[in-house]
Design a protein around this ligand. Sequence first.
Ligand SMILES: *Cc1c(COP(=O)(O)O)cnc(C)c1O
Length: 344
Amino acid sequence: MIDLRSDTVTQPTAAMREAMAGAEVGDDVFGDDPTVNALQARLARMLGFEAGLFMASGTQSNLCGLMAHCQRGDEYIVGQMAHTYRWEGGGAAVLGSIQPQPLNHQPDGTLALADIAAAIKPDDAHFARSRLLALENTLGGKVMPMAYLRDATALARERGLACHLDGARLFNAAVATAGEGGDARTAAREIAGLFDSVSVCFSKGLGAPIGSMLCGSQAFISRAHRWRKMTGGGLRQVGVLAAAANHALDHHIDRLAEDHANARLLAEGLAGLPGVSVTTPQTNIVFVELAPELAQRGERGVVERLAERGLRCTGLYQLRFVTHLDVSREQIEQAIAILRETLH
Ligand SMILES: *Cc1c(COP(=O)(O)O)cnc(C)c1O
């Protein structure tokens, strides 16, 4: 089975499991876990922040971040398709009493600066207090241009807003931004440096079994630490998981370029099929639009028909394929063959 449903389906490698098994651990609720402490210090330093906080998931990391930035009755400005708005159960509103102000995206995934400016509300009792601009990079696999990130965060700052980045796939963005021969770590630091806080997932393309990290100033992380405890994220000998994340930072950043190349190969392999439209992927996510007659044949949806032939993906009229460290170039070639047999 070739599983392209998500880059979260990866198995920890043998070397990662070894790093986990050998991790020195302690009770992290007491702040005693040396592997967690080292990982927090490492990623914070790498991205140019004072502090980091290991989280169970990206959702928890974003939620604690939003709640550390905003009080009850504040609002955050966010894209309609942003994970923190659309795919996290409305947690900021439900648990944080933070009002989202969603904006439509431009075709490249950015938010128009004029739309951001127009959404920032004056200090008036009628309105929620505009406190935060929350961006995402990558967003649906799209890389946000550096110039846009600079302009949007500068605009937010001028108007007194803080800036949060949902960088679940920050390193995919960094590898793509740095380009061939460029340094992904420098690019990651440049992107992160525009924001007051950044959340990064270890469990996506980096291939760890679990874990995210929120980075920011010491004062910000202290506030987030209380919310993490309250949301059930005070974990104990969690160094076994931090060791996996640490291994991923050592070995799985630069190889993201292979996932991006595989995604392009997949997209190119589907070019020219009637009723099928593919946009060139910028990172590791390929979206394929299907004509209705291809998507549904009688009772059987295309996802089911592909799975029968050994290829897993998600979607219906628009299929999503995500490349990751457990799929090889050969498997992508097989996936193309399966898709070409199925989609006609
Ligand atoms: C996956 C993802 C998250 C949430 O991560 P979980 O660990 O699944 O909670 C947040 N933001 C983006 C952009 C993501 O892709």
